[in-house]
Design a protein around this ligand. Structure first.
Ligand SMILES: O[C@H]1CN[C@@H](c2nc(-c3ccc(C(F)(F)F)cc3)no2)C1
Length: 331
């Protein structure tokens, strides 16, 4: 089996996140979910979610699905890197993405969500595509959609082809050669504690010289920006006149009129170049002449994150084989 589904930017003004249509249950209920390689819970807004916390999101109603089964005595609670979170209970039901169906997928129904989820009406939940060790369901951890689907896929892989301010795709079970140029460079993945963690071989700013330095980080499709070591990020923003690291805005801001240099990162002996335009993330407020950078310091996070700003510059293969690896290609 193989499947393909769109990755739709939530806000075309700036790619805060990407959502993908899925169907759950019988008859099928459609929701748009944020696919997240940085976590491993599949949770949805539901008929169990506090009404005061639902604002326009589509919901999954297990009581309307003839194939839904409560996973009795199981609960979950998750906290994301930005402090947002959700919690609830668990059903199993049929779950379909791009024509690939998993029967009895653990679907975590939210009873409560934090305010940032409530205010993001275009995101109806998340599909965790990290390693199942990260799943928060208690007392028995559940498998991700990808772990459940793997055995029925032509190949145990999924790929991410995210795009700047445009619709991209997630493919399951195959590698679409038309989506990239040149070769795919595969790197080893550290699966502990459960992220797609790999080591980049270095970086260059604009057409400057390449700095050979190992940068270990996670490939995270649900983090909007990219967070790298302070030394790397300061050497980038030093090239931009008027750029400052603002305490007030919580990161590097710069004059929107700036022409930003590109940022190149090494993957083995190959490299990926992020166009400067991708690093002009957004005006700090509508109409402001000050813009917020898409490349920020990871010093407060304790981990480097290759988020959408980097991922959308590449074709990325998440290979769930034995051992798992991650593949990068230019496009
Ligand atoms: O935890 C790490 C794992 N991947 C990153 C992640 N971040 C979110 C998230 C999604 C949507 C929202 C909201 F809609 F704006 F509320 C907030 C956070 N989901 O995964 C960070």
């Amino acid at each position: 089996e193989k499947g393909s589904a769109p990755a739709i930017p939530v806000d075309p003004r700036f790619d805060i996140a990407y959502v993908t249509p899925v169907t759950i249950g019988t008859p099928p209920q459609t929701l748009y979910l944020d696919f997240d390689t940085g976590s491993s819970d599949l949770w949805v807004f539901s008929s169990h979610t506090l009404a005061s916390q639902v604002r326009g999101q589509m919901i999954y109603s297990p009581e309307k699905s003839t194939t839904a089964k409560l996973l009795a005595g199981h609960t979950w609670s998750i906290r994301y890197g930005d402090g947002s979170g959700s919690l609830g209970n668990v059903y199993t039901d049929n779950f379909t993405v791009g024509g690939v169906t998993v029967t009895s997928q653990a679907v975590q129904t939210a009873q409560q969500v934090s305010t940032s989820f409530t205010s993001e009406s275009d995101i109806h939940g998340l599909v965790g595509l990290g390693f199942s060790t990260l799943n928060t369901v208690y007392p028995n951890g559940q498998l991700t959609f990808f772990d459940n689907a793997k055995s029925q896929l032509d190949s145990p892989v999924f790929t991410a082809d995210l795009k700047w301010k445009k619709e991209g795709t997630y493919d399951f079970g195959f590698i679409d050669e038309t989506k990239y140029t040149g070769e795919i460079t595969y790197l080893p993945v550290q699966t502990d504690p459960g992220y797609w963690t790999f080591t980049s071989s270095g970086y260059a700013v604009g057409d400057g010289s390449f700095n050979q330095v190992s940068i270990s980080g996670i490939a995270d499709t649900a983090t909007s920006l990219t967070y790298l070591p302070t030394a790397v990020v300061t050497s980038y923003w030093r090239q931009v006149e008027g750029a400052v690291n603002s305490q007030y805005y919580g990161g590097y801001v710069f004059p929107c009129s700036s022409k930003l240099p590109s940022f190149t990162f090494g993957v083995g002996s190959a490299n990926i170049t992020i166009p400067g335009s991708y690093i002009n993330y957004a005006q700090i407020t509508e109409g402001s002449p000050t813009c917020f950078g898409g490349l920020q310091s990871s010093s407060g996070l304790g981990i480097n994150i290759w988020g959408d700003v980097a991922l959308k510059a590449a074709f990325v293969v998440f290979n769930g084989g034995n051992p798992p690896t991650i593949g990068w290609a230019r496009k």
